[in-house]
Unconditional design. Structure first.
Length: 149
């Protein structure tokens, strides 16, 4: 009986972590791709579902589309693991900012890249960086927008 309750609690945590309602097809796709995931927390990011979880003592973030397709997986890394070229570009273009998060990622096409978040006083800049260290995509969210959400 305890085992059944534990399994039910785990399924509930996978499906509804952080009060985010996750469609069954997305939850099933996640469970199939990452069996044995623990400490599962979901959030909806734009039209995608982001799940942070632990597997083999490593914190992992995965992104799924609303149709259940896996988009990418990322793990946190240290700034020393980021290409030096990227650090120089960030220092040049975001001189009033600091790096608040760095993840090494792989997408469904098996492309490797980095996701870097640079925080300034008024905004978060989300950078996508290729393996050579070139910033290939940038988006921004202003802190005033986040306060309204």
């Amino acid at each position: 009986m305890k085992r059944i309750l534990l399994i039910a609690a785990m399924i509930s945590a996978v499906a509804f972590g952080n009060n985010t309602k996750v469609p069954d097809n997305v939850s099933t796709a996640f469970s199939n791709k990452f069996p044995g995931a623990e400490d599962v927390n979901w959030k909806k990011e734009f039209n995608k579902f982001e799940v942070e979880f632990t597997q083999k003592n490593e914190t992992i973030i995965a992104l799924f589309s609303k149709d259940g397709s896996w988009i990418e997986t990322a793990t946190y890394i240290d700034v020393e693991d980021l290409p030096a070229k990227t650090i120089k570009e960030i220092e040049l273009y975001y001189e009033k900012g600091f790096i608040s998060s760095i993840r090494k990622a792989v997408d469904f096409r098996k492309n490797n890249f980095y996701r870097v978040t640079v925080e300034t006083g008024e905004a978060f800049y989300f950078l996508k960086v290729d393996e050579e260290g070139d910033i290939i995509d940038t988006s921004v969210r202003y802190k005033s927008q986040l306060a309204e959400e």
